[in-house]
Design a protein around this ligand. Structure first.
Ligand code: GLN
Length: 475
């Protein structure tokens, strides 16, 4: 039953070697076997079987199967699915059910995908370890004492443990790529605006993108192709035509490929296994005819500083809507309107979310706006200019996804600044809005996954995934 790619599963489904119902039962069984791992917040137990039977009938009736016919998928729990609980792994949304589907979800559904459930995450997608969840921690599939990464930790663990074939995540500063790196799978953040954000709960709207976590680049490309494209519900969604990603991937050649390798991505203090594995892979590509080009990019530390000013500013505004009146949770012991707001937010939000709302409010306040917020916007522009310049000279920029392998549960929870450094290599692509992917390249001396991070120019997802496909380690 287990398939390592959708292509393989699809051929079994279309030849009727297996049915969608069997696929559904298999994956529900796997989810059940991992129920102690907190990977799913909601499992669509009965709905999946109903839907699978409908899909089976569809094929039996001779109807044309959709592009994702029977593809078992999991959806991060900050993406709206009509009639399903939508928690963002927060107490403040308890009891809330979405009244509409995200555009991405309705497009997948229209192509016959099979949705298994909603996955765990850091509360409101704020975090790098999945530890900021009101629904428990998720163990890393390679070592249960370690984190799976975050914030899309549930989605990454679901794919890596074989509880679904493909999962959706969201990526604001690395939340798809970093957990993909920690769980030995492929994680793609598309160009800002490539996929509609309609139905994705906003964290930092000028950064947020829905992304794909998959076992291989072909599956990621297929799912991206279905979700991408203009949407009248999201004014920031690009109107650009969606190309044939599979074709673009085929056109990629290692021979003559120019790979930009910035020194800034290989600092002195980088974990030696991480730098050794990533550098080793790059040398291998050079031996196969690629050219490694020294490109200069601004220090990633500046990206982290700018990022945490800009995203907290945007979050402080976006999260104002959770006030105890409109959605989910309301504190019971309030005496008037103002205490209802205060108590609901105090009890409903977790520590990290509150920290960010306060930071964001601070950097936007009169007197500090110019010093922090405006300055960070200027830094953002510098990064955009420098990345554009670099990508005029090279096809792709490469480095590690994370400065260290998966860390222990609890190791960084006491020190938010340490935790923020987990995103040092993923945040720059989010600041500039370019597409980026994490691809598995090896295991360190403890057998923990190491990912390589690749960035291409705007809307070059096909080329990016094509390059990643040439690099992915064979498990
Ligand atoms: N870890 C980063 C943060 O906490 C990224 C989060 C994300 O991409 N959603 O902001």
């Amino acid at each position: 039953m287990h398939s390592s790619s959708y292509e393989e599963l699809r051929s079994k489904l279309l030849s009727r070697e297996i049915t969608c119902e069997e696929v559904a039962r298999h994956y529900l069984g796997r989810i059940e076997a991992h129920s102690d791992d907190n990977i799913f917040i909601t499992v669509f137990q009965d709905e999946v079987l109903d839907r699978a039977r409908t899909l089976d009938r569809k094929l039996a009736d001779g109807a044309q199967p959709g592009k994702l016919y029977g593809l078992p998928m999991a959806i991060k729990d900050n993406i709206a699915m009509k009639g399903a609980r939508l928690t963002c792994a927060s107490k403040i949304l308890s009891g809330y059910e979405s009244v509409y589907d995200a555009t991405a979800v309705s497009r997948l559904e229209a192509e016959d995908a099979l949705f298994l459930g909603k996955t765990n995450m850091d509360e409101f997608a704020m975090g790098s370890s999945n530890e900021n969840s009101a629904f428990g921690t998720v163990p890393n599939p390679f070592d249960k004492k370690r984190v799976p990464g975050g914030s899309s930790g549930g989605s990454a663990a679901a794919v890596a443990n074989g509880l679904c074939l493909v999962a959706l995540g969201s990526d604001t500063g690395g939340s798809v790529r970093q957990p993909a790196g920690f769980c030995d799978i492929v994680g793609l953040k598309p160009t800002y605006g490539r996929i509609s954000r309609f139905g994705l709960v906003a964290f930092a709207s000028s950064f947020d993108q829905i992304g794909v976590l998959a076992r291989n680049t072909g599956d990621a490309a297929l799912v991206l192709g279905v979700m991408a494209g203009r949407d009248t519900h999201d004014a920031t969604c690009s109107r650009r035509d969606v190309p044939d990603y599979a074709k673009q991937m085929e056109d990629v050649r290692v021979e003559g490929l120019k790979i930009g390798v910035p020194k800034a991505f290989f600092p002195e203090n980088l974990n030696s296994d991480v730098s050794g594995i990533v550098m080793g892979k790059l040398q291998e590509l050079r031996e196969k005819g690629a050219e490694l080009v020294d490109v200069t990019l601004p220090e990633s530390d500046y990206a982290i500083a700018a990022y945490y000013i800009l995203v907290t500013a945007e979050a402080s505004s976006n999260l104002a809507r959770f006030d105890g009146a409109r959605y989910g949770f309301r504190a019971s012991d309030s005496t008037d309107l103002s205490s209802m707001y205060v108590n609901s937010r105090t009890e409903g939000f977790g520590r990290e979310v509150k920290r960010r709302i306060m930071l964001g409010t601070y950097v936007l306040s009169a007197g500090y706006y110019d010093t922090y917020y405006k300055k960070a916007q200027q830094v953002r522009r510098v990064f955009q200019d420098r990345y554009r310049e670099a990508l005029e000279k090279v096809d792709v920029i490469a480095g590690p996804t994370s400065p260290f392998p998966p860390f222990g549960i609890g190791d960084k929870t006491g020190d938010p600044l340490e935790m923020y450094l987990a995103d040092v290599f993923t945040v720059p692509a989010s600041i500039v809005g370019m597409p980026a992917v994490s691809v598995p390249v090896g295991l360190d001396s403890l057998g923990l996954p190491v990912g390589m991070h690749l960035v291409c120019n705007f809307f070059e997802e096909g080329k990016l995934l094509g390059i990643a496909g040439k690099i992915q380690r064979q498990a």
